[in-house]
Design a protein around this ligand. Sequence first.
Ligand code: DGL
Length: 274
Amino acid sequence: MEDIRQAPIGVFDSGVGGLTVAREIMRQIPNEKIVYFGDTARVPYGSKSKDTIIRFSRQIVHFLKTKGVKAVVVACNTASALALETLQPEMDIPVIGVVLPGAKVAAETTKNGKIGVIATESTIESHLYNRVIQAHNPQAEVFGKACPLFCPLVEEGWLKDPVTVEVANRYLEPLLATGIDTLVMGCTHYPLLRSTLREIMGDKVNLVNPAYETALELKALLEEKGLANDSQDIPAKGKYQFYVSDAANKFRRFANTILPIGVEDTWLIHIEDY
Ligand code: DGL
């Protein structure tokens, strides 16, 4: 019988954003294999309805299960906010999202109790960040701001472009005025804009990256459930696999600019079949 500990982790996002989560998993738990799916045909998720996001996420989890994954990371804040609660009880393997780990750290580390959250429209409207932060820190004040232009700018690769800086200034100005000391980058695309965000917010505002916190939570979960891969020799070939629903070459080029490994192949699948 196959050893479940050697099975891969399934990671998915609407597109390239979840690569920031895959990157943290590669750094924090280098022994684990990953099967990544980016829904590049149906991005963006951030402006879609809850029912649609649940349907898309369910199809993706079914696809990932055909790859024999032992756990799934919903590496998309929007899908974590809108679909995770529905999917978790349907699955016979652990499924975790990115909202809870990021919200918890923000709630625990703020000094003045003022926390900003930037995310997609759907994530902000779900109020999940507010609920989780206030559950951990009832005194906290949460200021949410949807930043819908950030994802297309990131997908375009305009990470430090003057247009991106201008857009970021417009979005962040009202948050700066509130006096927040913590800002949650509540969309998996946004850590790629970190240096632009840092410049605008200044050194005194702590930028929380839920991708990093999620990798740590995954590590603890795998250990707790006896699922961590302790094998020392994982062949490099096939250790990290990438699947998308469209534009595989564009995805691969992007992945190669942000991952610490070389991505040679990206496979195209028809996600509506799952
Ligand atoms: N990266 C996704 C998130 O974390 C959303 C991007 C999109 O709108 O598809 O919310």
